[in-house]
Design a protein around this ligand. Structure first.
Ligand code: CCH
Length: 285
């Protein structure tokens, strides 16, 4: 009835399995990048969430302030309008879903449909207005090293093992000179979720790229693959490196640890309704 409709919270009126399928249908496009929007959806979910500060309990995916200026225009978020634009028709089709739920679910779909682990996910984020945008500087700076990476992720409430697992997402996608200024993919299969970030990091000799762009590394042998200065910290820092060696040897361990850390990332700072169900979505195939 009408009465029931007006008292039911909007998050309960959404068919989340249906949204999952609709997002999955948007992944492939042979004319975009390496043929998939998955990597940029994953980056959108991470940047929507990674602004969390565990001391002030501000930021995170809950209010989805990443879609508003000035946060949308922070340097770290350059290029993410590509993902937001691609997802926008789904907000029209499923008007009761919050943007925070839509963008985080897009990250889950990307990981799962590109061959990664099942990621537990809950709905119930409530969008906020532009005045609640987080300040610039909460996301990691790729030009820096281990101390900076720790400062940023400890602020979110993560430990070294979780940080080392999360950065394995750099098996997917690529850097774009017109977004971050960096250039190139991390490996030869940027649309498959694998443990290749770790194997490539350890197996190659990485040398500074000879160009006028920002300082980054390329593999000495082919020059086709890249590492950011911040990525190299996972090879040179002994505590990070111990996890990198484990994940390079054992893809199952990486998948399990990534799934936990990524589910935690997507929930940072969110107060879920008590009756929000926990979903484990099936992949399309
Ligand atoms: Fe990342 N990432 N990321 N990253 N990232 C970039 C691209 C992707 C850093 C910097 C960059 C995570 C952690 C870090 C993805 C997922 C994750 C780019 C290139 C930079 C720079 C952007 C461009 O030019 O398009 C730094 C620094 C850190 C940590 O210190 C974490 C954590 C995740 C997810 C769990 C994905 C995916 C991409 C590819 C995006 C694309 O469009 O292909």
């Amino acid at each position: 009835s009408k009465q029931q409709d007006s008292t039911t919270p909007s998050w309960k009126k959404v068919d989340y399995a249906g949204v999952y399928k609709d997002i999955a249908a948007l992944l492939e496009d042979e004319n975009y990048d390496d043929g998939s929007y998955g990597p940029v959806f994953l980056r959108l979910a991470w940047h929507a969430s990674g602004t969390y500060d565990c001391k002030s309990h501000t930021g995170g995916s809950s209010g989805c302030t990443i879609r508003h200026a000035p946060e949308s225009e922070h340097d770290a978020n350059a290029g993410l309008e590509v993902a937001r634009r691609r997802l926008e028709p789904l907000k029209k089709k499923h008007p009761n879903i919050s943007y925070g739920d839509l963008y985080t679910l897009a990250g889950v779909v990307a990981v799962q449909e590109l061959g990664g682990p099942t990621v537990k996910w809950r709905p119930g984020r409530v969008d906020k207005q532009a005045v609640e945008c987080t300040p610039d500087g909460r996301l990691p700076d790729a030009a820096q090293g281990a101390d900076h990476v720790r400062d940023i992720f400890y602020r979110m409430g993560f430990g070294d093992q979780e940080i080392a697992a999360l950065v394995g997402a750099h098996a997917l996608g690529r850097c774009h000179t017109d977004r971050s200024g960096y250039d190139g993919p991390w490996n030869a299969s940027p649309t498959a979720f694998t443990n290749f970030f770790y194997t490539e990091l350890l197996d190659n000799t990485w040398v500074p790229k000879k160009w006028t762009g920002p300082m980054q590394f390329v593999d000495k042998q082919s020059g086709a693959f890249m590492m950011l200065p911040a990525d190299m910290a996972f090879k040179t820092d002994p505590r990070f490196r111990a996890y990198v060696e484990r994940y390079a040897r054992d893809q199952d361990a990486f998948f399990a640890d990534f799934a936990n850390a990524f589910a935690k990332l997507l929930e940072l700072g969110v107060s879920f309704p008590e009756d929000a169900p926990l979903y484990r979505f099936k992949t399309l195939d």
